[in-house]
Design a protein around this ligand. Structure first.
Ligand code: SAM
Ligand code: SF4
Length: 446
């Protein structure tokens, strides 16, 4: 067997794609390795969202060239940088053998065979999403206790800051039958929780078994019937697609976890307009109210961008006000970074980095306090924890609460793969600490 090392950057969709690439290459003799040292092939599964993403990949490729000078090594660049840069990668980094976009990676085996046969380099950056899902193997490898399942790809929304519509292509939803079959396989291999993935997952419109178009809520309702599947989650959602039936699913589906990642980006209407988000701040707030009415304990998460071109002090204050009023259990925040080819990159009123940095610090402090408050609220409560893996200490297990908080528990290794009732004792910056309820009760009796 040859050894394959995949380095994954960016979002969960890339994590999913990396797992599928590994499965795809297993039948042609590649087994996964978690180090580059003895790898015969390396795939950089790249992300294009962050500042200087492409430059970082070129530096990584420089380091790989040194390895390749010493031994035989096939180098592939996959993901969104591969899509965006395309042939430029082969021109700038001739040590690269394969460049493959996120919608074409099902062609990897054929590309590997082609370069083995006739040498040279191979490049595929088309968008045949339909073909990709049909071509992927059916025998999904163990995805673990909590597995990802891509149900939707691409984006038609064209927010003015974002590269995704260009790198991932147009919106496309897999059929319900295809998703259900993959879900059943993942559950048979030990998954207790599935997170349905999509760049705009709540814009899901897939063909149902009745030939009609099904929504994400319809799909979740169907998957909830799978025996042995305890938990369902989905991400990432767009506020414009938070439909009534999806909100009702948060009330009605026991398996659907009380957690929602709903990026707001900004709390200012003029910034939202310039971002082409397609909704106002009042509409975002109303959506949150509707969700909380359906599921009062829901934990909310969001993405924010500070320093978008033209963002004034008052616009930023409006973002802080939105954060204060909504109360997020967790959130991600970023300084705006210019992505070449997107409309906002050409805007004249770019914000100086010092201002962006100061706003980011202020926002992250506010979000950090909210997160700490949310987590502190869990202390003394009993939460159901799905144990996913062993912790660093012997006997320790790490899992997730319904609200997606990481929880670590001593003497719980035997529970990995199962849901345990955990009494939460303490809060750490990125996790909670608890005891299995039986142990907690024993301690209380003494
Ligand atoms: N589809 C999701 C949505 O509509 O919000 C977001 C997907 S995007 C891959 C993840 C996050 O990266 C965005 O929500 C945004 O906050 C951030 N992001 C995207 N482009 C950015 C840019 N040019 N500068 C800073 N942050 C950016
Ligand atoms: Fe990017 Fe999300 Fe906007 Fe689509 S909806 S363009 S993925 S930020």
């Amino acid at each position: 067997m040859k050894k394959l090392f995949i380095k994954t950057y960016g979002c969960q969709m890339n994590v999913y794609d990396s797992a599928r690439m590994a499965e795809l290459l297993a039948p042609i003799g590649f087994c996964p390795s978690d180090t580059l040292d003895d790898a015969d092939m390396v795939i950089l599964n790249t992300c294009h969202i962050r500042e200087k993403a492409a430059e970082k990949i070129y530096s990584e490729l420089g380091r790989l060239r040194q390895q390749k000078e010493k031994r035989k090594l096939t180098i592939a660049v996959a993901g969104c940088v591969a899509q965006a840069e395309g042939a430029e990668i082969i021109a700038r980094a001739p040590q690269v053998d394969i460049v493959v976009g996120p919608q074409s990676y099902h062609r990897l085996p054929e590309m590997i065979a082609r370069i083995a046969r006739s040498g040279g380099q191979a490049l595929e950056t088309e968008f045949p999403a339909l073909e990709k899902f049909d071509a992927l193997p059916n025998d999904a490898s163990p995805g673990g206790v909590s597995a990802f399942l891509t149900v939707q790809e691409g984006c038609d929304k064209f927010c003015s800051f974002c590269v995704v519509p260009y790198t991932r292509g147009p919106e496309y939803s897999r059929t319900v039958a295809q998703i259900e079959a993959e879900a059943v396989r993942l559950v048979a291999r030990g998954a207790k929780e599935l997170t349905l993935l999509g760049q705009n997952v709540n814009a899901y419109r897939g063909e149902g078994p009745d030939g009609k178009t099904w929504s994400l809520a319809d799909l979740l309702g169907r998957l909830a019937n799978i025996d042995g599947l305890a938990r369902l989650r989905y991400m990432t959602s767009h506020p414009r697609d938070m439909s009534d039936d999806l909100i009702a699913a948060h009330r009605d589906l026991a398996q659907l976890m009380p957690f929602l990642h709903l990026p707001a980006q900004s709390g200012s209407d003029s910034v939202l307009r310039a971002m082409n988000r397609g909704h106002s701040v009042a509409e975002y707030r109303r959506t949150i109210d509707r969700i909380r009415a359906a599921r009062p304990d829901i934990a909310l998460s969001s993405d924010f961008i500070v320093g978008f071109p033209g963002e004034s002090d008052a616009d930023f204050a409006a973002t802080l006000a939105l954060v204060r009023d909504v109360g997020f259990a967790q959130a991600y925040s970023f300084k705006y970074s210019r992505r070449p080819g997107t409309p906002a990159a050409a805007a004249r009123k770019q914000i100086p980095d010092g201002v962006k940095e100061a706003r980011l610090q202020e926002l992250q402090t506010a979000l950090g306090e909210q997160r700490a408050a949310f987590d502190t609220n869990s202390v003394g409560r009993v939460l159901e924890v799905l144990f996913e893996k062993a912790g660093r200490r012997a006997g320790q297990a790490i899992g997730r609460s319904p609200y997606l908080q990481a929880v670590h528990v001593e003497n719980a290794a035997a529970h990995i793969g199962a849901i345990g009732r955990v009494h939460i004792d303490a809060v750490f910056p990125n996790s909670l600490k608890g005891r299995l309820v039986a142990e907690h009760e024993k301690a209380m009796r003494h």
